[in-house]
Design a binder for this molecule. Sequence first.
Ligand SMILES: [Zn+2]
Length: 413
Amino acid sequence: MITSDMVLNRFLNYVKIDTQSDPESPAYPSTEKQKNLGKLLATELTALGITDAELDSTGYVYATIPATTQKKVPTLCFCSHMDTSPDCSGANVKPVVHKNYMGGNIQLPNDKTQVLTPAAHPDLLNQAGNDIVTADGTTLLGADNKAGVAEIMAAAEYLMRHPEVRHGRVRILFTPDEEIGRGVDKVDMKKLDAQFGYTMDGESLGHIEAENFSADAVTISVTGVSVHPGFAKGKMENAIKIVSEIAALLPKDKLSPESTQDMEGFVHPTSISGTLEKATLNFIIRDFEEAGLKVKEDMLRQISGQVMRAYPNSTLDFKVTEQYRNMKEVVDRHPQVVQYAEEAMKRAGIKVHHQAIRGGTDGARLSFMGLPCPNIFAGEHAFHGKQEWVSVQDMQKAAEVIVNICRVWEEKA
Ligand SMILES: [Zn+2]
């Protein structure tokens, strides 16, 4: 059995290590301090008897749990990210364990204004009798994704101590810089040498996520006509006004992040900048279908074309950059990856719940790099803020699911 302490004690240690990533830094990893956790993990893996645990120079941790079966089982990879979001402080995290939660509000001790209510955190309603971990109200907790890290470590401990559990070769991968979109930039796929993967970075108990947004960035740059304002009549075409008109014509009651949910995509202006002569509008566009991305792109082309008709001497540049794609395309070709995870959850007494991710994951990118990689719940909630929380018993279940996934793959081989 994986006990709750096997997961909790590790988790409490990991969240105290500041691993905030930095989008402004060009370095790999973006912050050197992420290696402090990487070092500890490599040391702990070695202490478990793993002989090849390694923290590489770019901040990735790799390790192998050797196979315990003669059968030919595909190598599985379990992956979590070590960094925390730049959106909220991750320094001096003081985790608080609220034992045996009986419902109601949770007051965070060091900031009176930080109160977790079931109304704001409806998942708390499923946690009666469980132990909840929060931060103290002054920082994020870092359960995203140190919950996943602790679960993989607890599962590794269990598998190393129980060679009678039959499983194939298992690779462990801990990544830096996921929160700034660079989580798999420097993964050495050859060295990783795995056939199928699972990220442990989902939310509620039982969640499995095998589809995510497809994502493009669109940049619209307008070059206007600059003339001395005193002599501009009939000549000036102000790029600031042109891009503002484009922005003003975006739909407000649909196709925006603030008006969509579930399987709906959106067009989202993220920044606007410029001068009279040249102005730029940056967008991200999202949809679960590639055809849906095209529709959104066409809408932006249509709106900007319509605006430009009034400015015959200005020019518009429209640039689309691919960001990431829906992993469903890859994962659907290997249905056993999801099926075996479902079986693993059922054996742990968990009700399976399929979710689509309204964003991207390391797993989405890994899927297109040759490692089909759905996302499994880690028990983390309210990411990137001071009210982040995690359930100890859900973390324990997630670790059990990892062990079960290894078992199921061996049985089916
Ligand atoms: Zn995460």
